[in-house]
Each structure stands twice: as structure tokens, then as C-alpha cells.
Design a binder for this molecule. Structure first.
Ligand code: PLP
Length: 285
């Protein structure tokens, strides 16, 4: 069955949905996006995603007001039209359509695209087996806090990791881990403390990361926000990633070195279960 997607004011079958070749997202990746998880037909952390979208738009000077555009309603309607019970809603807002020029146009209207993707989020193979990551230098630009559609380098690195028999990449800069190809990276030290890189332009300010840190602090766990090295990760008791698409997923090896006993650990399992439980209590319909 073909999906129904939303493009610039219309709900259309995916084969009929079009974006201009002169859209700035096509020519310059001049666009931002958000991905919202859907569980039991309800959205996880929609408000936080909308807030981050506002920030990304403001940083790029794209004049678009998500509230005025009724983005919440559009999400709901797309979930309804696609009968999406579990999966993802992707939203992309570009600066709009204009003649190709490096000078950013001031008169174009933002293009808005939404589509759904059915995907198992609660029960995944990776949650059971854990991920093996390899490290690579982080060669992305230095505004990784803006969620732009400029995803070529992380896509290349994820592909390289899979070609090398791993599952994903952790990127490294100045001797410390920044983040995964599309996730935030965390470790649990031998003393049980959760160590994670603080927010800065070095990383995307993950919505799942923020929720996991809040929930962990609520349970009294020690949370230390500082960069960590690859060696620290390899010596950690456990490691995991967070994202809207992976929730909390264990990492069991970094560059071929097993983390702990090389199997997903109990703390990560607890954090994942707690995250899922709390998210389900707060679903937005
Ligand atoms: N870091 C990067 C580079 C990402 O692409 C993503 C998600 O796409 C994340 C972190 C996790 O962010 P969130 O938890 O908001 O999905």
C-alpha cells in the first residue's frame, strides 16, 4: 500500500508527491528536519521535537512558525491517514524554492514535507543483541546542534561501518567521542555513573538523550556530562546510544573491543525499559 505523504498543503499518495528541483533542500541541503517516534498510535515527546525545530529554524533564519502551520494537527492527520501504530513521522522544512544562488533568498516560502515510516521500535533485534560500532573521525561541520538535512557524511560513515562488518559508527574529534551517525553516545562507568557528552555545537541535542538523563536523575543515578574517550568507552561497564528511532540501544563493542562481557548489560536494559514506560505514559495523540 502506498503511503500518504504531506507536501506543501496537500495529502497525496507518495508517487504523486513532488518537490521542485529548485527547492533549497535539493540544491543546498538548506532545510531542517525532525523525526518523532509513534508508539500505540501516539507521539513520543512531540513538544520537545517542535521546540528543537523552532531552534533549528531560528539558527538558519528560516521564517516558519510550526504552531501557526498547525504541525501537531498535520502529524495527527498523517498518522491517522496511514493508520500508523508504531513507527516514525519525518518532518522536513526547507527555506523554499528559488533560483540557484549561494545568496540566501529572502522572499521564498518554506516547503514542508511530512511522511511516515512503519518500523518496530519497542521490540528490535538490536535491543537484544546490542550494536558493534567502529570509530571514525568526525568530519562534519561545526553546527551539529542544528538538525539540518545535510546528512552525507554520517550516511557515508554508517555505510562504511556496515561494509566493515559493524553496525554503526561513533565519531571522534579531539580524542573524544562526539556521537553516532544518527544517535547520541553514552557509557556507564564501573561505578555505575552515566557519562555523556554535554550539549554544545559539537552534537545534536537529542530529545531522547534529554529524556533519558531526566529519567535517570529521577531514579537517583549519577549523571556526568563530560566528553569521554574511545579508551574509556572500551573500558566502560556498558555503553548505549539514544535516538528517536533506536530509543535506548546497547553498544557491545567499540573498534572490536568488547564492552563489559560483550553482551547488553542490565543498566542499559533498565534505562531502556524505564524510557519506554515513561514515554508510553506521556504519549500525545
Ligand atoms: N545525533 C544525531 C547526529 C542524530 O542524527 C540524532 C537523531 O537523528 C540524534 C543524535 C538523536 O536525537 P533524537 O534523540 O532527538 O532522535
Amino acid at each position: 500500500m502506498s503511503r500518504i505523504v504531506y507536501v506543501n498543503g496537500e495529502f497525496l499518495p507518495e508517487d504523486a508527491a513532488c518537490l521542485s528541483v529548485f527547492d533549497r533542500s535539493v540544491l543546498f541541503a538548506d532545510a531542517v528536519y525532525e523525526v518523532t517516534a509513534v508508539v500505540d498510535g501516539g507521539m513520543v515527546d512531540f513538544d520537545a521535537h517542535q521546540q528543537r525545530l523552532c531552534r533549528s529554524l531560528a539558527e538558519l533564519g528560516i521564517d516558519f512558525d510550526p504552531r501557526a502551520a498547525g504541525l501537531l494537527e498535520l502529524h495527527r492527520e498523517l498518522i491517522r491517514r496511514n493508520a500508523l501504530n508504531e513507527g516514525l513521522v519525518y518532518l522536513q522544512v526547507s527555506r523554499g524554492v528559488a533560483d540557484r544562488s549561494f545568496l540566501q533568498p529572502t522572499t521564498c516560502h518554506p516547503s514542508v514535507v511530512l511522511f511516515t515510516q512503519t518500523q518496530s521500535l519497542l521490540e528490535t533485534a538490536a535491543a537484544g543483541t546490542g550494536l558493534r560500532v567502529i570509530t571514525q573521525p568526525d568530519l562534519r561541520w561545526h553546527r551539529r546542534d542544528i538538525k539540518t538535512t545535510q546528512l552525507l557524511y554520517p550516511s557515508m560513515m554508517k555505510t562504511l561501518a556496515v561494509e566493515q562488518g559493524a553496525d554503526d559508527v561513533w565519531m571522534v574529534e579531539g580524542g573524544t567521542v562526539t556521537e553516532g551517525s544518527s544517535s547520541n553516545a553514552h557509557i556507564i562507568r564501573a561505578d555505575g555513573a552515566l557519562v555523556t557528552r554535554p550539549t554544545s555545537p559539537d552534537i545534536l541535542h537529542g530529545i531522547t538523550r534529554a529524556a533519558v538523563l531526566d529519567y535517570s536523575r529521577e531514579t537517583g543515578a549519577a549523571v556526568i556530562e563530560r566528553p569521554f574517550t574511545v579508551a574509556e568507552a572500551q573500558q566502560a561497564r556498558e555503553a548505549f546510544i539514544t535516538s528517536a528511532t533506536a530509543f535506548v540501544t546497547p553498544v557491545v563493542a567499540v573498534d572490536g573491543v568488547a564492552i563489559g562481557d560483550g553482551r547488553p548489560g542490565p543498566a542499559t536494559h533498565r534505562i531502556r525499559s524505564h524510557y519506554i514506560q515513561r514515554s508510553r505514559e506521556r504519549l500525545q495523540y
